[in-house]
Design a protein around this ligand. Sequence first.
Ligand SMILES: [Zn+2]
Length: 90
Amino acid sequence: MTKTSVITCPECGHQTIEQMPTDACQHFYVCKGCGEKLKPKPGDCCVFCSYGSVRCPLVQAQPEVQVRETKDVSGFRFERLVASGHSKSK
Ligand SMILES: [Zn+2]
């Protein structure tokens, strides 16, 4: 599992290597280049999934989702994430 990600700011293109939390999704990230407050894109669970070089650890921990998300659109992946969350809670 990869726990470091290179976040690329969509505003200024600044890249920063960040450690990803393995127990939670990070919903906000302040760019160290321009100070822009980044939020996940629709369908993404965290800023690392939207702007990072690799998916967040929570997504990496779900092989089924990871396989699908590499070849499908983000909207579909979001549905899979929701579905797998439900099945886990049963
Ligand atoms: Zn920036």
